[in-house]
Design a protein around this ligand. Sequence first.
Ligand code: 5GP
Ligand code: SF4
Ligand code: MG
Length: 483
Amino acid sequence: MCGIVGVSDNRNAAQLAYLGLFALQHRGQEAAGIVTADGKRVTGRTALGLVAEAFPELTLKTLKGRTAVGHVRYATSGDGDLKNAQPLIFDNVHGPIAIAHNGTLTNAFSLRRKLEKRGAIFRTSTDSEVIVHLIARHPGPVEDAVIEALRQVEGAYSILFVTPTKLIAARDPRGFRPLVLGRLNRSYVFASETTALHQLGARCVREIEEGEIAIVEDGHLKTLKPFKQEKKAHCVFEQVYFARPDSVQFGKGIQETRRALGRELAKEMSGTVAADIVVPVPDSGVPAALGYAQESGLHLELGFVRSHYIGRTFIQPAQVLRDNAVALKLSPVRELLKGKRIVLIDDSIVRGTTSRRICSMLRAVGVKEIHMAVSSPAIVSPCYYGIDTPSKSELIAATKSTDGIRRFLGVDSLHYLSVEGLLRAVGGETPENTSFCTACFTGKYPTPIVDFTIGQSSRKGDFRPALNGIEEPASEPVKEGKQ
Ligand code: 5GP
Ligand code: SF4
Ligand code: MG
């Protein structure tokens, strides 16, 4: 997962991109980068860490030019290399070009192999670089090169390209990852989420459509749809967990959608548990818990205090600290919880390890019954489209039955939202007729998975598809970020 933002025709382009990245920080905390174009050159800076760490004020001042693109990167422990941080700038026959990509390509490895056989030398281990090589092989003009390059790739991409004089935005034909268009006076702004537009004072115009290319040059916007139309496959996990609650996707606020997920869950669970209070796991479980409380009539209590001061540097170095990471971040409010029967709400269970620690903390303060309710279905398959869910062997719901998970978590009962309930809540849809990708919940992938063996996850930037037979590390990557 990553976040991207682009600004055209503005003398404060770099500063605006910087502000936009702050609003997209939840989409990636591993590295941040900004490039600018001044009509002749494309220059920029990438650095590891959070936006605020990556860009001291002085550095920002050196980024000159009326067009800027920013990227925040989400990666796992093994692939946090600076060389993979984006935007990536490449010199080629069309001049310099920078790329900022959100999503994962499902055929990048085969394309890379082919290109390497013909002599291409790759600089990074990201799937995104394949696009640049394909662009470089096209005679031009650069828009045509971009279109022809994108025609050859499969999978998920919301991308921004910068040339000295152009800002180009593209979204894959299925629209896995979000991308919106905004306006700030005479400037065009592109961003992964509407909250970034609001952050820099821009008005949201519309979403970039599935398979659409938008080109800004000399202050004018041109759009085209050069690809074959495909069935839409918007990532439903954006609705469940990833997008920021104050963003709007497909005309609906994410906060409201998550509340609807909680209401739907309460309807499905109606009459199944007797409890005293509803408790969210902060922060991601809060909107769903509000909806659950609303629908069920049960009282909502903030049973956890969340510390906002636990930084990555503190969590990462030693195993003993990692083991305590959950307890450092979340602290149960004993006086509220002691002797209570609770419905514990979270948005999702991935490995189950966090949830298990949370439940044992609740037992330790004397919670009498824990009924864990999850506002999405069980995650049974990895994502190949840019969300870093682990491989099948690490997904708890892929290896254990619901009762097995219940026992692992140490809860009295465990309830997941159904796929039908999920789709009803996000947009009044059914599994037969949906515009969402639900593959991680159903195992039904909307594209062929060219370069991965089903069961192994895709890791953007850590380019180790199954074709070369390298297995993923078994260790649990430690990530700072949204909880
Ligand atoms: P688990 O119990 O599976 O270890 O962790 C569940 C928690 O992880 C939930 O609170 C959920 O919000 C959070 N979560 C879900 N997906 C992701 C992700 O991609 N990255 C991070 N950092 N947390 C996630
Ligand atoms: Fe989103 Fe899941 Fe589809 Fe990946 S597999 S794009 S996380 S819905
Ligand atoms: Mg969470």
